[in-house]
Design a protein around this ligand. Structure first.
Ligand code: FUL
Length: 447
C-alpha cells in the first residue's frame, strides 16, 4: 500500500515539477485573453428610466421624457479613468425599447424626442469621447423590447439584427456586446422567440473581435448574481450544450463556479451597480457603495479571476453624480495604496508544483496575488500558500482555482518566505507571477 502511495506521489511530482506548461484545451481566444486582462470597466444604465424613476420602463413613455439637460460623456470618461476603469458599456437600448441613437429601425429613439431638437445621439457622443480618452466602448442591446410593434413576431428578429448591424457599423468597434437574457412580453402581450442562432452568426460576421456576453456566452458568461461576486472555484470553462439564454440557462450556482471539465472557454463577468438600482434615482444618492465596499467587491470578482463590470448611472442632467465619482476615486486610491508597492514580486517561466518566494527578511504581509498562465488553459484545482518564518510554517491558506488572477488576503503574518504548493492540477500548470503585499488591515476580505 505504502509503495503504491509513494509511486503515485512520485508520479504526481514528476508530472508537475519543473516542466513546460502543457496545453490543456479549451483555451481562450486571443480576444478573450485580451478582454480578461481588462479586469475592471464601467456599465452605464441611462435612458427614459433615468427620468421616470423606473427600473424597467414600460415602453409607453413619450420620447420627450428623455431630456438630459447637460449631457457630457467626456465627464463619464474622465471619471472612468480616475477610477482606473478600462472601458464603458452603455445600455443603448434597455427593455423599454428606447434607442439612445437615432435608429432607422424604431420610432422610439432620441430622434423622436425634443432633446437637442431630435439631433442628439448618446452613442455617438460616448463612442467619440471614449476614443478621445483612450477607453474601450461596449454596448448593451436588450433583445426584450416593450415598445417595438414587431416584438413577438418573427420580423422582430430582423429588427434586432438590423439594429446590431447599425450600431456596429456606425459606432464600433466595440470591445463587448451585451445580450441581456430577459424575455418578457411586448406591446401586444406576446413574448419573442429569439433567433439566437442568427444573432450569433451576425455578430461573429460583423464584429469577429468583439467579445459577446450573455448568460452562456459565447465569449463571456454571467456570473449568476448581480452582487459582483464570483465563486471559488471559478472555472473559465462552461458546458453550454442543451442550455439556452434566460430561463433555460444553467443554474446560477453553475454560472458562479463554471464547470471543472467544461467544453468551452467562457469566463465570468461580475455585473453589479454602485447603487441599489441600475438606473439613477435621486433617493439613492446616500446609498452609493463606499470605497471600502467597492474594494471588497474587487477582491470577490477580479480577485477570483473574473472581470468586474461596475454600473455607474448618470443623473437627469446626463452627468455622474458627485456621490458616485467620490466613491470611485476613493476605490481607486485604495487599490493604488494596496498594490502599488509589492513586498515581493516574482515572475516564473518554468512550470512547477512548488514555488518559493524569498522575502529576504522577516516582513509583515496580509495579501498574496497569484497569476496562472491561462493562455494554455486553466489547470490549477487546488493550492496551498504557506507563510514560513525561520523554517516553520506560521500560516497556511487554501484555495481552489487561480486563473488569470487570484487575490488572497489574511490577517497580517510575519514571514521570511512564501511557498505556493499546487496540490491538484488538470495538467502541468505555470504560475507566472506571485506577489505579496501589506495592505490596510481593515481591507482584508470579509465574508
Ligand atoms: C438585467 C436587467 O433586467 C436589468 O434591468 C439590468 O439591465 C441588468 C444589468 O440586467 O437582466
Amino acid at each position: 500500500m505504502k509503495k503504491i502511495a509513494l509511486l503515485i506521489t512520485l508520479f504526481m511530482y514528476t508530472e508537475l515539477h519543473a516542466q513546460k506548461p502543457t496545453v490543456n484545451a479549451p483555451v481562450p481566444s486571443p480576444a478573450q485573453l485580451q478582454w480578461q486582462q481588462m479586469d475592471f470597466y464601467m456599465f452605464v444604465h441611462f435612458g427614459p428610466n433615468t427620468f421616470t424613476d423606473l427600473e424597467w420602463g414600460k415602453g409607453t413613455e413619450p420620447e420627450d421624457v428623455f431630456n438630459p439637460t447637460n449631457l457630457d460623456c467626456g465627464q463619464w470618461c474622465r471619471i472612468a479613468i480616475a477610477a482606473g476603469a478600462k472601458g464603458i458599456i452603455i445600455t443603448a437600448k434597455h427593455h423599454d425599447g428606447f434607442c439612445l441613437w437615432p435608429s432607422k429601425y424604431s420610432t422610439h429613439t432620441v430622434a423622436q424626442s425634443k432633446w437637442r431638437n431630435g439631433k442628439g445621439d448618446v452613442l455617438r457622443e460616448l463612442s467619440d469621447s471614449c476614443k478621445k480618452y483612450g477607453l474601450k466602448v461596449g454596448v448593451y442591446l436588450s433583445p426584450w423590447d416593450r415598445n417595438h410593434p414587431k416584438y413577438g413576431t418573427p420580423e422582430y428578429n430582423d429588427v434586432f439584427i438590423n439594429m446590431m448591424k447599425e450600431v456596429v457599423s456606425n459606432y464600433g468597434p466595440f470591445f463587448e456586446f451585451w445580450w441581456d437574457g430577459a424575455n418578457g412580453e411586448g406591446p401586444n402581450g406576446k413574448k419573442q422567440v429569439y433567433d439566437w442562432h442568427r444573432f450569433e452568426q451576425t455578430i461573429r460576421t460583423i464584429a469577429p473581435n468583439t467579445i459577446v456576453f450573455s448568460d452562456i456566452g459565447p465569449d463571456v458568461r454571467w456570473v449568476g448574481n448581480e452582487k459582483g461576486i464570483a465563486g471559488d472555484p471559478n472555472w473559465n470553462l462552461l458546458d453550454t450544450a442543451g442550455f439556452t439564454r434566460g430561463a433555460g440557462a444553467p443554474s446560477t450556482d453553475t454560472l458562479n463556479h463554471g464547470n471543472l471539465n467544461g467544453k468551452n472557454w467562457i469566463p465570468a463577468e461580475c455585473d453589479v451597480s454602485i447603487r441599489p438600482g441600475w438606473f439613477y434615482h435621486k433617493e439613492e444618492d446616500d446609498k452609493v457603495k463606499t470605497p471600502e465596499e467597492l474594494f471588497q467587491l474587487y477582491l470577490k470578482s477580479v480577485g477570483r479571476g473574473a472581470n468586474l463590470l461596475l454600473n455607474v448611472p448618470p443623473d437627469r442632467e446626463g452627468l455622474i453624480d458627485a456621490h458616485d465619482s467620490a466613491a470611485l476615486v476613493g476605490f481607486k486610491k485604495l487599490r493604488d495604496e494596496s498594490f502599488y508597492k509589492p513586498i515581493a514580486d516574482k515572475k516564473f517561466t518554468e512550470a512547477s508544483s512548488t514555488y518559493t518566494i524569498d522575502l529576504n527578511q522577516s516582513q509583515k504581509i496580509n495579501c498574496v496575488v497569484l497569476k496562472e498562465n491561462i493562455a494554455t488553459g486553466q489547470k490549477i484545482k487546488s493550492f496551498t500558500v504557506q507563510l514560513v518564518s525561520g523554517n516553520k510554517v506560521v500560516n497556511e491558506l487554501h484555495g481552489n482555482t487561480i486563473g488569470k488572477k487570484r487575490i488572497l488576503t489574511f490577517p497580517s503574518t510575519k514571514a521570511d518566505s512564501i511557498v505556493i504548493k499546487v496540490n491538484e492540477a488538470k495538467a502541468t500548470p505555470l504560475l507566472t507571477d506571485v506577489s505579496a503585499y501589506s495592505i490596510d488591515e481593515s481591507l482584508i476580505e470579509k465574508e
